[in-house]
Design a protein around this ligand. Sequence first.
Ligand code: NAD
Length: 499
Amino acid sequence: MQKIGHFIGGKKVEGTSGRYSDVFNPATGEVQAQVALASQQEIDAAVANAADAQPAWAATNPQRRARVMMKFVDLLNRDMDKLAEALSREHGKTLPDAKGDVIRGLEVAEFCIGAPHLLKGEFTEGAGPGIDMYSMRQPLGVVAGITPFNFPAMIPMWKFCPAIACGNSFVLKPSERDPSVPIMLAELMIEAGLPAGVLNVVNGDKSAVDAILDHETIQAVGFVGSTPIAQYVYSRATAAGKRAQCFGGAKNHMIIMPDADLDQAADALIGAGYGAAGERCMAVSVAVPVGQSTADALIEKLAPKIESLKIGPYTAGDDVDFGPLVTKEALGRVRGLVDQGVKEGANLVVDGRNFSMQGYENGYFMGGCLFDNVTRDMEIYKTEIFGPVLSVVRAETYEEALDLPLSHEYGNGTAIFTRDGDTARDFASRINIGMVGINVPIPVPLAYHTFGGWKKSGFGDLNQHGPDGFKFYTRTKTVTARWPSGLKDGAEFVIPTMK
Ligand code: NAD
């Protein structure tokens, strides 16, 4: 059985804790590897390597650091097929979608090539007589990232690229479900010229996470995953005096106004609701058509599209729409929630619960499900399902539709489909959600803007990537310097003010 260890001090190392977790092929249900679960000593070793490497890396000028990113981008392109295959084999998503996962991370690496510009400070000449004032952004030291299973390439890169470009060293704790790609990324960073020890990858579970959260040397923690763990990580990390940004779960609504192009809206819902088997934090899981006739027409368009979705393993070709869920537990949980929706009285228009993939009967496949007449009090409305299940909540008016995402505890993404600019502007202005799409179903901001949800979808005050990423991984130092032109006047006992 293949064993996956850690990446510490610039090379792969075996796990020494004696604890392992199975890594499945979700398409077949077979255990294809075992990933080591790090002990406290292994976290200590990764942090020690990171701490040793960081001062010299911080002293490397930003342009040279940016050149490592430039080379890393080249290597990601060179190894794209290999990375996508490894990703699909452990996650289950289709190959084109796995490439998208790598590319969305690569784009952040590209953005980080601008580090010399982004790290430029501020300068005021002549803030007082003979006084100049300047602010510089300096790295924090050793920082850490804890990432989820659903984007095993993109999210680790969203964390370590800006952190490293800013001059920090990094300890990454990726998801134990799909651990291969993060280690491949670390190897590519070394090949790109990153000094050993600046990027370390430790695999593990809760005990590795807790060791990171309590580690005195680690200055900041970036987390992405489910909301209860995001909240836990945020409180424990900040209680230990660390800087933390923790992104959680979602329930993304898409409002369809009566004037929307319904064919466009239905296609958008199919891609955004069922792509990656719904295992995306920006998946649309609630459709809110406004008006009964909009709802009836929408359901009529959606149902046959969902029934004819092509489900299969990533090896079945590029025209597969989505693959299996990540684990048997995930499959059981999603099926259970659909059962509950039926019990609670929602109308299951398309039932994908019993879908079985011929030749892959032990894989974690499930067909697309569509619920109509879902209401606010139902569990399927309140909970993040994280599976190929779309709920339709009917609204009579725009205000009633707007109130649904406005009142929901999650605030990651949302969208409105309309031809009316006034409605779209009103929605974008009033909604309390971090990322908004107007006739765009999955409004994931590009690398040079920032990504982050509101309410229970994000804890901490800065977003991921874009300028916020550079702010999160640096701290500001402001220097006030006086070079008197005349004789020194002597001591001053009054606080300096602008006279
Ligand atoms: P998860 O919360 O189970 O795991 C995330 C990370 O936390 C993993 O590294 C895992 O090992 C660790 N972890 C798990 N249980 C822990 C515990 N008890 N104590 C400490 N650490 C623990 O999430 P997941 O299932 O891997 O990912 C799916 C979730 O991530 C969904 O809720 C999805 O919405 C969310 N997500 C959010 C965003 C975002 O940007 N908001 C992006 C992607 C995914």
